[in-house]
Ligand binder design. Sequence first.
Ligand SMILES: [Ca+2]
Ligand SMILES: [Ca+2]
Length: 415
Amino acid sequence: MRTARLRAAVMVVATLWAATLANPAAADTFGTGGFEGYSLGDPLGQFGWTALDVPVYNASHFDEAIVDPSPTWGTALGSRALRVSNGVTSGGFGNQLQSPSLADEAGEASAEDAPNSGGTRQQRFEGTLTFASAVPSAQQPGLVVSFAPDSGDGTRMSQFRIYDLPAGLQVVVVAYDRVTPAFNEIVLASGLDRTQVHTMHFTMDFVDGVDNDILSVDFGTCTSTTVGTWEDYHRDNFPDNPTKPVDSLLFRQAGTAVPANLGGGILFDDIILSSGPTPAAPPAPGLPAAPTGLAVTGDAPTAVVTAAPSTAAACAPVTAYTLTASPSGGGAPIILTGPSPTFSLASLPPGYLYEIVLAAWNEYGESLPSDPIAYSTIVLAESGVAVGGQLLIAAGLVAAGSGLLVAARRRRVLR
Ligand SMILES: [Ca+2]
Ligand SMILES: [Ca+2]
């Protein structure tokens, strides 16, 4: 376990993925806060940024620094960002820049405990990074910058690379093909405008067993690319060495150094990392966010449910909402559909206690459900009072079909 676990304040980023990153079950989260609280210069030692082998050869030897991007980027990246280039490279691992570790690593149950990660083993490692060219006015020939999910000791479980090509920035993932076997680059995004700031988001779900981990990457659009992890590279090549956990990003610059890129490279700004359980129904990037803020106004039978409109990608707007009212005591749920997150509850039969959830729909399907809200159409009445078309008899009556015992005498509406 690392001892230095200082955390920068997490800056909330209004992105499509905010809902998934805000997963309340997340075991731990780290955010750079856009590096705004950092000092200019070497990132090493700031807010937990480190290298495995600091005394021998640390990140200060590379072309990596906290810089002020505002002369080039105005306010788009604030006044601090992490600049990384391949002006200096190394074949080493322990000498290179490592993000702070999450308290709880993610990995398969059998993943080898790394000396540099720990905590409670989680299934999902998730990250969002904003990045931009440090030289937006021109291509930086030969530029490639890499970063990789890692446990803190260089035993990477995947790798991402950002190239600066004539057509723009290109992001690839290095995927492991266990049949050949070989590592292959798979293009995730290409032709990215180097005069714009870009956002990349990934989820890495570790599943016990061979060749079944799921790494999904998107760039804020409705499409994502899904590949595996490096689980079988470790499993097949080091039989005594099961797969690895991850808890951080290793910014490792290897290959042929390109001194012309010194002082340039890629700017990284908001970096948010988290670990936690894999959602029971993993939301696809194109799905709307779950509705929030459910509230009931009025009493039965004229009550109305309202909620905040769900957010969705501009290319896949919300097209409908569904309300699902599940009666306690059993019975089929009642499902209402409408164009907005406002529903009249007049059609819900009296005599039941309901659990109500809303979901939003777009062309990709149904969002995760909202948090539930309780709603009752149980009306306690004096003997013989008919309510809502259903006759409630004396105190102690069981409303027909509801299985709910009504034991009061005074007429009132329970909410
Ligand atoms: Ca910043
Ligand atoms: Ca697996």
